[in-house]
Design a protein around this ligand. Structure first.
Ligand SMILES: NC(=O)c1ccc[n+]([C@@H]2O[C@H](COP(=O)([O-])OP(=O)(O)OC[C@H]3O[C@@H](n4cnc5c(N)ncnc54)[C@H](O)[C@@H]3O)[C@@H](O)[C@H]2O)c1
Length: 247
């Protein structure tokens, strides 16, 4: 039987790659984004939605209406700056979209996810945290806080929702080659912020590196995983590498 997912942030980067992969694997995908959507196909259902707007999110999941097997929350923004300079508007934007928007989508999707549960197939929620939640960086403290909150939401939602068959986990990517990162790759345009960059694996991630781990979380093999935040960072956060190290 065709499986159905809702994916936020489906217009770009990791969310677009996840949308394209699930469509290719035969899923029906509801794509929620505030931007113009480019994914195509009979099984792709775009929904215009600002995830930080409660009325918008409620209307979007009401429009979906039927059972969901998965929710993947990729909608997010990055704003940079030293804590002493960070504007209140940027701080609020990060918390409103990355944290509040993720919470709103998960809460409004929950009845549909519970409706999608079968005895041998729990529904899945995959939230996008970040390596920044586990190992914050200078010049992006508010972003790190917004993602640390996602990781804590993941743990508590997982404990509260697993008994009804809904498994909640998060992914914590390091640097992924997407428009979000390309927009801050010039330090002079990003208040001195520097992405983590090339990992010990020897490159930065492509969106499909993250989607491959999503596919595992959607698979039967992940039926006993709940409440985790899995780093997908090529080892970037594993150990501190002092400048000038011989490697
Ligand atoms: N790219 C990275 O290096 C990286 C690393 C760690 C975590 N992440 C996280 O992964 C997720 C996806 O990031 P990406 O790199 O693909 O970014 P991206 O900018 O390519 O895509 C983000 C998408 O979210 C949408 N979006 C933003 N605000 C929205 C809102 N209020 N309502 C609805 N849609 C909204 C955008 O329109 C866009 O389509 C984000 O949560 C990001 O924080 C990214």
């Amino acid at each position: 039987m065709t499986k159905t997912a809702a994916i936020t942030g489906s217009a770009s980067g990791i969310g677009l790659a996840a949308t394209q992969r699930l469509l290719a694997e035969g899923w029906t995908v509801y794509g929620l984004d505030r931007a113009q959507q480019t994914a195509r196909g009979d099984r792709f259902k775009p929904i215009s939605c600002d995830v930080s707007d409660a009325a918008n999110v409620t209307a979007a999941f009401a429009a979906i209406g039927g059972p969901l097997n998965a929710l993947i929350c990729c909608a997010g923004v990055l704003r940079t700056g030293l804590m002493e300079d960070m504007s209140i508007e940027d701080f609020d934007l990060l918390l409103n979209i990355n944290t509040r928007g993720t919470f709103l989508c998960a809460q409004k999707a929950l009845p549909l996810l519970r409706a999608g549960v079968t005895p041998d197939n729990p529904s899945r929620v995959i939230l996008l945290s970040s390596l920044a939640a586990l190992r914050p960086k200078v010049v992006s403290g508010a972003y790190a806080a917004s993602k640390a909150a996602v990781t804590q939401l993941t743990r508590v939602m997982a404990a509260e929702w697993a008994p009804s068959g809904v498994l909640v986990n998060a992914l914590a990517p390091g640097t992924v080659d997407t428009p979000m990162v390309r927009a801050v790759s010039d330090p002079s345009a990003s208040k001195g912020y520097r992405p983590s960059g090339v990992s010990p694996v020897g490159r930065i991630a492509q969106p499909d590196d993250v989607v491959d781990v999503m596919m595992f979380l959607l698979s039967d093999g992940a039926r006993y995983l709940a409440g985790t935040t899995i780093p997908v960072d090529g080892g970037t956060g594993a150990a501190f590498i002092p400048a000038g190290s011989n490697m």
